[in-house]
Ligand binder design. Structure first.
Ligand SMILES: [Zn+2]
Length: 382
């Protein structure tokens, strides 16, 4: 068992799914990558080439800027259209202050682009293509169907269907395995959350791997969602909850005990409470850590003080993810580079976190074992 190496540096400011079916066609297995020598320094080329897993990536936060500009022009949206640089600050953190409300405000703009089913499919397809180009081998992409249907008259069920279809095509075309997670938003009405879970349940076993709770953790505690997540858990959906990010570690305990969380989105504030951290470790609940996002939302003051290493050394099932590549202007390779250059993580640490992610994937037992074996083969122990 790993032990704490030292007290946490710095201060913070403030049952898996068993019905998921891979969207990847069995007849189109990814090509075996060329062997990489991981004993060499972990420069950007090596990190980019390394096969990776992203368990925490929001569709809405991953859209290509170029596509957004083209859509804004085509539909004459009330947005700056002079070029990418005019649009960028509305959908991406640029010189904004580190603050979660500012971060969330980007999504108000990002939700204007889903004008019709074809666009939802195209944007989904592009997001998965971009992940594959970054050598993400296994992606769990989350989206909120209610956001996709906000500017048109389609149903939540329709939106789930479009994303599934696009994910299936992209998975096949780019040789990337994709699972989908449906996100409930804390500040949306509960009746809507019920309808979203209805839509999710209709697709259990057909590409929908799990369900997520996102949004403002401080202003909207998750208590009212308890019956909804009980129902989702009983329906066989994997459950991941954003917690221990903007609110305290108590939110992580609540997510696990009351909302049946199999995984926690972020969870970095566990460093403030070793009792709850031990509970999370004992239960084997994985943490979906997103480094740059934590800085941009003001959870961590300085990336050099990010507790990634301490969480890992405590024996928690830590994984590294992107959260929102477009909003944060990052790739998963960028996040690995931060981990190795600024947080002193070694190849062995990265390997451990990737294997943690494989073991925490919302997949049926057999598929999950296959994923773990794939990464053990691709990432040799040094
Ligand atoms: Zn997130």
């Amino acid at each position: 068992m790993r032990r704490w190496k030292r007290p946490f540096p710095g201060k913070l400011s403030t049952s898996t799914a068993n019905h998921f079916i891979m969207t990847q066609a069995n007849t189109n297995q990814p090509p075996m990558p060329q062997p990489i020598d991981y004993s060499q320094p972990l420069n950007r080329t090596v990190l980019q080439a390394m096969p990776k897993i992203d368990l925490h990536r929001h569709l809405e936060g991953s859209l290509r800027l170029e596509s957004l500009l083209a859509i804004a022009r085509e539909f004459n949206l009330d947005l700056p259209m002079d070029g990418l640089e005019a649009l960028r600050p509305l959908v991406q953190v640029t010189d904004d202050p580190p603050d979660h409300e500012v971060f969330l405000s980007k999504f108000q703009v990002l939700r204007q682009f889903y004008r019709n089913p074809e666009l939802v499919k195209r944007l989904t397809y592009e997001v998965i293509a971009d992940a594959a180009a970054d050598n993400v081998h296994y992606l769990e992409l989350r989206f909120s169907p209610q956001a996709l249907t906000r500017v048109n008259e389609y149903t939540l069920h329709d939106a789930v269907h479009w994303v599934r279809e696009a994910a299936q095509h992209a998975s096949r075309d780019f040789a990337i395995e994709v699972g989908l997670i449906i996100t409930l938003v804390r500040h949306d009405p509960l009746e809507q959350a019920e309808m979203v879970v209805d839509a999710a349940e209709r697709h259990v076993g057909r590409g929908i791997a799990g369900i997520d709770l996102a949004g403002d953790e401080v202003a909207f505690p998750p208590g009212p969602f308890t019956p909804i997540f009980k129902r989702a858990h009983e329906a066989g959906l994997g459950i991941t909850i954003h917690a221990g990010e903007w609110a305290s570690a108590d939110g992580v305990k609540q997510a696990i005990e009351d909302l049946y969380a199999d995984r926690i989105g972020h969870g970095v504030r566990l460093v403030e409470n070793s009792r709850i951290a031990r509970m999370v470790r004992e239960r084997g609940v994985a943490l979906e850590v997103c480094l740059t996002s934590n800085v941009q939302t003001g959870v961590i003051h300085d990336i050099r003080h990010h507790p990634l290493a301490d969480l890992l050394n405590f024996g928690l099932q830590v994984t590294i993810n992107t959260d929102d590549p477009t909003v944060s202007n990052i790739t998963l390779t960028d996040e690995y580079e931060i981990a190795t250059t600024l947080l002193n993580q070694s190849y062995t640490d990265l390997r451990q976190m990737i294997l943690n992610a494989a073991e925490a994937a919302f997949l049926p037992e057999e598929s999950r074992k296959r994923l773990v074996t794939y990464f053990e083969d691709q990432l040799p122990r040094l």
